[in-house]
Design a binder for this molecule. Structure first.
Ligand code: CP3
Length: 344
């Protein structure tokens, strides 16, 4: 199949389909027994850093479900390591960064990276993934948005309750802007290298953007997002921007320059369509928790989402956030059967 014919890429460019393409955020991961088997032998970062293993776990959900897109297996925090972050993933704790960023001198110490050197192993994985994937499955490369990356680095891990991050935003705005700009520069270089290595599309994850009030989003986040999406334009691949819990920011997201806007489960797709206009492709937005329920609920909620779009514009089916580790495989099969009429 020619690249232009891939369902995911056609939908991301605005074509409408009765049966939209579908993939799931965190589709490679702990709900898959074959993933857990690999994680018994190797740490999470080992899997991210080893091209054979990263490629293998990327392929696992495609073999089972033949999703329309595959997302490279890595983590948004991986590129922070060559920039100087001391990153670890404790058992059950999520990410920890031991050297936090709190001041101008911390920001000054952040290293500028050349991804083709320091992240060679990730680029190698992407090459392997593209070579192994079926011709009709698009490969998505991704990065964290600067605001979300900064939230982990400033807080030193799960950014809750965001006191240090918001403190920097309100009380050291120049330092904060400088931090976002450094991260933004990395994101453009890194994503460009991923596309060069074989990624067919790009997704930017801005998981925590929703904690910002609209005026702060406009002041701090929008400028760096605009520079990222305009810096990626020349690559000619479709781009997606995903932000969780961000309905109040939807009108601003239109100004990011992304082709596709990923929505979490809180935002009705028909309302988002009115705010974003027919030319913006929507991605989402089944609540991941629905997949823990009965077949009837899964089918009903899936149909509801499909009818909310109702041919009003481009749509890529996804969850509103990552698939939960306790999700039964059979739930994913039911979801796919409801969308496609078959599961693989
Ligand atoms: O979607 C995919 O299948 C591709 C791989 C992927 C992972 N993380 C693998 C992962 C992607 C795209 C991410 C993005 C990511 N990572 C985000 C943005 C999206 C989101 O979820 O909001 C964020 C905020 C992170 C940071 C991160 N990584 C956290 C907070 C955690 C711990 C939370 C958890 O679910 O345990 C991780 C770990 C992580 N990243 C796992 C996976 C498969 C679980 C690791 C394991 O096997 O133990």
């Amino acid at each position: 199949m020619k690249k232009d014919e891939m369902l995911y890429l056609r939908a991301a460019r605005g074509e409408k389909f009765e049966k939209p393409p579908v993939w799931l955020m965190r589709q490679a991961g702990r709900y898959l027994p074959e993933y857990n088997l690999i994680r018994k032998k190797f740490s999470f970062l080992d899997v991210c850093n080893n091209p054979e293993l990263a490629c293998e776990v990327t392929m696992q959900p495609i073999r089972r479900f033949h999703f329309d897109a595959s997302i490279m297996f890595s983590d948004i925090l991986v590129p922070l390591v060559p920039m100087g972050a001391e990153l670890s993933f404790g058992k059950g704790h999520g990410p920890v960064i031991s050297n936090t960023i709190r001041s101008k001198s911390d920001v000054d110490k952040i290293k500028k990276i050349e991804p083709r050197e320091s992240l060679k192993h990730v680029l190698e994985s992407v090459k392997m993934m593209r070579a192994e994937l079926p011709g009709d499955v698009a490969l998505i490369g991704f990065a964290g948005a600067p605001f979300t990356l900064s939230s982990y680095w400033v807080e030193g891990g799960k950014p809750d309750p965001f006191a240090n991050l918001k403190g920097m935003m309100y009380h050291q705005p120049e330092t904060f802007i400088n931090l976002l700009e450094k991260l933004g520069e990395m994101v453009v270089d890194y994503l460009s290298a991923l596309v060069e290595a074989g990624a067919d599309a790009i997704q930017l994850f801005d998981t925590w953007a929703g904690i910002m009030p609209v005026h702060e989003y406009r002041k701090f986040n929008l400028p760096v997002l605009k520079s990222i999406f305009s810096g990626l334009k020349h690559l000619g691949v479709p781009t997606t921007y995903y932000a969780k819990g961000s309905m109040h920011l939807l009108p601003e997201m239109k100004n990011t320059g992304a082709d596709v806007i990923g929505l979490d489960w809180r935002s009705p797709l028909d309302e988002a369509r009115v705010t974003l206009g027919a030319e913006t492709v929507l991605q989402g937005n089944l609540d991941p928790t629905v997949l823990l329920g009965s077949e009837e609920t899964i089918r009903r909620e899936t149909r509801r989402i499909l009818s909310e779009v109702n041919g009003s514009g481009g749509h890529i089916f996804n969850l509103g956030h990552g698939i939960l580790p306790m999700t039964p495989i059979s739930s994913v099969e039911i979801l796919l059967d409801e969308i496609r009429g078959h599961s693989a």
